[in-house]
Design a protein around this ligand. Structure first.
Ligand SMILES: [Zn+2]
Length: 106
């Protein structure tokens, strides 16, 4: 089963917090923390259109975070970025929703 948890991310500077804060402790912005719901999503080799989920076919698991964009995207946009030392991110935007996965080198 996919697990879900919540975190808060500052839309100004990207600071992540476990609980809501009215003022960002990093950049000082007010009301910039946006709630994200994080699901642990599997990567599976069971990719047929009518396939049922089978945990044994999972290749990897990663935390997929979602958040809301300030303005809607009218087409699907996919970004791959190097966001820091030993760290990359894939972002997918559509409508008012952004989903992303972070990859870290061990
Ligand atoms: Zn901030």
């Amino acid at each position: 089963m996919a697990k879900t948890h919540t975190r808060y991310v500052c839309q100004e500077c990207g600071r992540v917090a476990a609980s809501y804060m009215g003022k960002c402790p990093q950049c000082g912005s007010f009301n910039s923390m946006v709630e994200e719901v994080i699901h642990d999503e599997p990567v599976s080799k069971n990719t047929a259109v009518d396939a049922k989920y089978d945990e044994k076919q999972d290749l990897a698991r990663a935390s997929m975070a979602t958040g809301q964009l300030s303005s809607p995207a009218d087409r699907l946009a996919v970004y791959f970025g190097h966001t820091g030392p030993k760290k990359c991110e894939i972002n997918i935007d559509f409508g008012k929703t952004r989903g992303w996965v972070e990859f870290r080198e061990k």
